[in-house]
Design a protein around this ligand. Structure first.
Ligand code: DAT
Ligand code: MG
Length: 151
């Protein structure tokens, strides 16, 4: 379907390094539709919920303090296979394995400073979008370029 959605966040390092436009530009250029965007300072409880599956990992405390260290740009993108495509645009979790041309492969060195987040499945995208956004913060509209992007 053409209205799959994913949650993409620019982490505090990405915001502080001035990478917002470079990162969002890749999703815009690919043709995905922006349906939600806000700069926020997520609470510890939101982040614990967001990274629920990682709470028992040894790196969790440093992940939490990294994510609390500054503003996060939360975004929602819509389009065909956008969850998988978003992960491909981001690159591997560890920048050592992220191919050049991906966001992490172009802008990151350390796993603990990997500049952006993307949902890893349609189910987690739904959970994350509901966690970070209220329904009324998401905007529904027909993208003018729709028929130039989809057959
Ligand atoms: P991703 O962000 O690619 O979805 P993840 O959900 O497994 O990766 O982990 C969330 C973040 O936690 C990841 O972006 C960086 C950090 N992280 C993951 N595995 C790690 C590890 N083994 N050591 C240190 N940090 C790690
Ligand atoms: Mg993940």
């Amino acid at each position: 379907s053409n209205n799959e959605r994913t949650f993409i966040a620019i982490k505090p390092d990405g915001v502080q390094r001035g990478l917002i436009s470079s990162i969002l530009g890749r999703f815009e250029n690919r043709g995905f539709k922006l349906v939600g965007i806000k700069l926020c300072q997520p609470s510890e409880s939101l982040l614990r919920n967001h990274y629920d599956d990682l709470q028992s990992k040894p790196f969790f405390p440093s992940l939490l303090s990294y994510m609390l260290s500054g503003p996060v740009l939360a975004t929602v993108w819509e389009g065909k296979d956008v969850v998988k495509q978003g992960r491909a645009i981001l690159g591997a979790t560890n920048p050592l394995n992220s191919a050049p041309g991906t966001i992490r492969g172009d802008f990151a060195i350390d796993m603990g400073r990997n500049v952006a987040h993307g949902s890893d499945s349609v189910e987690s995208a739904e959970k994350e979008i509901n966690l970070w956004f209220k329904k009324e913060e998401l905007v529904e509209y027909k993208a003018a370029m729709f028929n130039w992007l989809y057959e």
